[in-house]
Design a protein around this ligand. Structure first.
Ligand code: FES
Length: 104
């Protein structure tokens, strides 16, 4: 297996006056940058891939990310949440419950 996890970060950006809002307008680029930095810092770049995604259809809950293969969704993610997501979910396999959306 090439990667153990893919983390898709919505970077869709709509104009600031669009009533739907967008993850890009809420700073999702900095979330992916923080994720890449944390993965590199911890030597995880070969096992976890931080991918750009288009709209994930959860705009009101953004910035939105989804982790596969588990299909665990996180909403209202901030850059400062990234180390916890990496440590808890991607390293130890325990999703960060306080950020989860679309629970089964
Ligand atoms: S803009 Fe991010 S989910 Fe739609």
């Amino acid at each position: 297996m090439r990667f153990r996890h893919h983390v898709f970060v919505c970077e869709n950006r709509r104009p600031d006056d669009d009533p739907r809002g967008s993850c890009g307008a809420k700073g999702s680029e900095t979330i992916r940058a923080a994720l890449k930095e944390e993965l590199a810092r911890r030597g995880l770049k070969k096992v976890v891939r931080a991918n750009v995604a288009g709209c994930l259809d959860a705009c009101a809950l953004g910035p939105t990310i989804v982790v596969y293969p588990e299909g665990v969704w996180y909403g209202h993610v901030r850059p400062e949440d990234v180390p916890e997501i990496v440590e808890s979910h991607l390293v130890n396999g325990v999703p960060v419950e306080r950020l989860r959306i679309f629970r089964e």
